[in-house]
Each structure stands twice: as structure tokens, then as C-alpha cells.
Design a protein around this ligand. Sequence first.
Ligand code: NAD
Ligand code: G6P
Ligand code: MN
Length: 441
Amino acid sequence: MKKQKLTIVGAGSTYTLGMINSLIAEKENFPLSKITFYDIDEQRQASNALATEIVLREAYPEVEEFIYTTDKAEAFSDSDFFFIQIRTGGLAMRERDEQIPLSFGCVGQETCGAGGMAYGLRSIGDMITLVNEIRHYAPDAWILNYTNPAAIVAEALNREFPDDKRILNICDMPAAIMVSYAQLLNCEIWDLVPEYFGLNHYGWFTKIRNRQGEDLTDKIKHIILEQGISAVDAEIADDPSWQATFKNMQIMLRDNPQFLPNTYLQYYLYPEKMVAKEDINNTRARQVINGREKRVFELNRRIIEAGTAQHEQLHADIHGRYMVRVAASLAYNLGETYLVIVPNQGAIANIQSDAMVEVPAALTNDGPKPFAVGHIPTFQKAMIETQLGYEKLVVDAWFSGCRQTLVNALTLNRTVVNVPTAQAIVDKLLVENASYLPQFQ
Ligand code: NAD
Ligand code: G6P
Ligand code: MN
């Protein structure tokens, strides 16, 4: 098995140490000879890197080389895989993305609605720049992206790099939901084979079978309807906000038992309820700043001071493991099935072919081979097409710098709809994001 070389871009992320633990848990499946960290924030990255150095020494000595750098040439020139997880504007701008729509009575969320639009506009430029730079040094490497909003990033990258078949956008949410299904069924996520369709953060599971071919869909629905479902994966299990979100899956299923919903549909199906529960001074970004971010950097500090991670409870979460297994399937041509974001090209028969859709695909060394979903029902089709219109218009607007296009986009978004509200939010977001979006000035 050829060992791989991996660069993590945005290595100052709160998810980096979890990713390292996942790489350790998956070392038999995806063996590494070299890990490189790259970030524009030297300090953030150094904290993760100094802790990682210790963790690797103790738990993954097979990695022959580990470097961290803010120099692109050094970071990009010697890797087979790139995992990208950047956040343009940081958590500070995430907080503004959440607060501004809320101040107009609309959903304020990292990836959904008007906040997701602002985040998308910030992410597109940095992602296009990064892919160009990576391709300069590593024309054939796999680029696996987690950077959000993945739907908008995927649409923009597909337009800018239409012939590049080695860029793949991924979301961990369907996998995190499947971890919860697995717990309900007393099995492991890897025993479950999903059928699913949608856009990123906007889709439905239509069928869950096990590897033996048994259809478990009705059983899962029944359990959720009877007793609910909770977040069980390591990183989210202790989080009240994620527990509330998972709880809403039962309500969504009661209100429409046809398919098993993605958690993110709560923002589009119950926007008023989602707004009503928010505290504008303590939105999700603030909770992450005071929670995960603090926890991760304090954990790093303890590991660095102790010179060992042996006194710490480190765990691999599905966020990391899913990405690593995706990478392994691509690297070793395993043809395993994962939910990924790909050009539709007929996978969903009655959705336009240039949509970036989230569907199951067999992952080979020739890229993802999506499975045919077939025709989807009118309700989901109409919902998807409206959201797709929003996503495409956001990307159009990024390229054209046209404010009216953004107003049209938000008019299509189920969390806004009302034109004067869309205008007011767009104007406010453009002022707040002026330094990131010169094309609109
Ligand atoms: P974070 O702010 O903690 O980390 C992001 C890091 O990216 C920071 O260290 C920052 O300095 C760095 N960065 C920003 N711009 C950069 C650039 N141009 N080049 C290199 N580095 C850059 O954020 P986080 O909460 O850890 O999340 C990281 C990203 O992962 C976000 O985009 C988040 O939305 C995304 N995410 C996606 C999924 C998914 O399902 N796709 C799941 C979880 C997180
Ligand atoms: C899930 C989604 C990601 C999103 C993250 C936010 O993992 O799939 O796309 O970025 O949740 O989680 P947070 O804890 O930062 O609110
Ligand atoms: Mn996601």
C-alpha cells in the first residue's frame, strides 16, 4: 500500500486535532508518510502543530515527516492530498453573519440563509486562489474540501475549474446523522448503506440498508417517531445546540414522514421557530468561541506543557474519519460509497445537470461515480430548485459584483422571501463585508 503525503490547509482550525486523531484511527486504511500544516495565521497553527507533533510521536511514529509552515511553496509542492478547512473572516465574521439577518427577523446561520450567503461570498475568492496555487505546485493531487458553505464553494469551484476532476467537496452532516441511526440500530455507521439526494445542507435520506441488503428505513423512522434521535458522535454529543437540532428531526419526520430529513432543513421548514429561539448576543459563533475553540486551544496548551498527550482523552470523530475514508477510497481505488457533492449530470433525473448535488457515489481513482437517483417527487424537486436558484445567483453575483443579483438570491431563499427585507439585509451585509468584496463597491 503506497503511503500518502497530506497537506491540511487551514491547519489552525478547531477541527485539526480531531482530524489528526482520525488519521491515527484510520492509519491502516490511509497510511501516511508525511503531514504538512498550512495556515495564514501562524499562531493558531503553531498551537495545533506543537500538540500534533507530540501526538504523532506517541501514536503515529510511522509518519516520517511533519512540518508546519505559512509558506505556500513549501506547503503545496510535495503532497498527494489536500484537506481544506478554512474560514475566511474567522469566527468573528461568522458571528456577524448570524446577527445581521436576525436583526431583520430572519434566520441567522453559518451556512443557511443570508448569513450563509455572506459567508459564501467571502469563501469563494480565497478558495479559488487556493486551488490555483495548489494546482501550480501539485497538478494531480486530490483536493478534498470541507470549507463552507460547501454548496456555494462547490458551485463556484465547478465554474472556475470545470475540467478539474480531482476537487471534491464534502459535508460531515449526513455521516453524523448516520452515526445516530447506527446507534439506534446497535450497529456501526460503516455497516449502513445510504440512499440520499439533495443539495448540501438541503437533502433527504430515502433509504438506509445494511451491507447484507436489509432495508432498515422503516425501522429507523419508527424509532425516531417513537423515541426521537439524539446527537451521539464525539464532538457533538455534549453540545446542547446540536442536541436541540437532532431533536427537531423527530418533528420534521412527524410533519412529513416521506423521507428522513437532513438536520439543516429545520432552518428552511421552521424559520420562525429558529429565529424565536435565538439570542442575538449568544448565537452559535459565540458558543463555539466560548466552547470548542477554547477547549481545543486549552487542550493543545496542556499537551504542550506536559510534553505528552497520555493524560488526555483524545477521540476520533466522524468529521475526520469520513474525510479520511473518502481519501482512502480515492487513493486506493476502493470504489466505496460515500455521500459527496458532485455535478448532477443526470444523477437526479429531473434536476438540471449543472447543479452541484449531494448524492451517493462510488469513489475510485478516476473520481466519484455517482449513482442514479432517478426522478424525485414534486415537493422536494421544487424546494431544491428554489434553493439551487439562490445558490447559483450568489455565485453569479460574486463574479459580476451585482447587488440586484444578491437581492434576487435572498428573495428565493426560504429564510428571507420578502423583497424589502432582502434589500435591507444585502445592503447591511455588503457594508460589513466591504473589505472582502471589492467587486460590489
Ligand atoms: P476556524 O476559524 O477555527 O479555522 C479556520 C482556519 O482557517 C483558521 O486557522 C484560519 O487562520 C485559517 N484560514 C482562513 N483563511 C485562510 C486561507 N486563505 N488560507 C489558509 N488558511 C486560512 O474554523 P473551524 O470552525 O475550525 O471551521 C473550519 C472550516 O470547516 C469552516 O469553513 C467550517 O465551516 C468548515 N466545516 C465544514 C464542515 C462540513 O460539513 N463541510 C464541517 C465542519 C466544519
Ligand atoms: C456540521 C456541518 C458543517 C458545519 C458544522 C457547524 O458539521 O456539516 O457544515 O460547519 O456543523 O458546527 P458548529 O459546531 O461550528 O456550529
Ligand atoms: Mn456540512
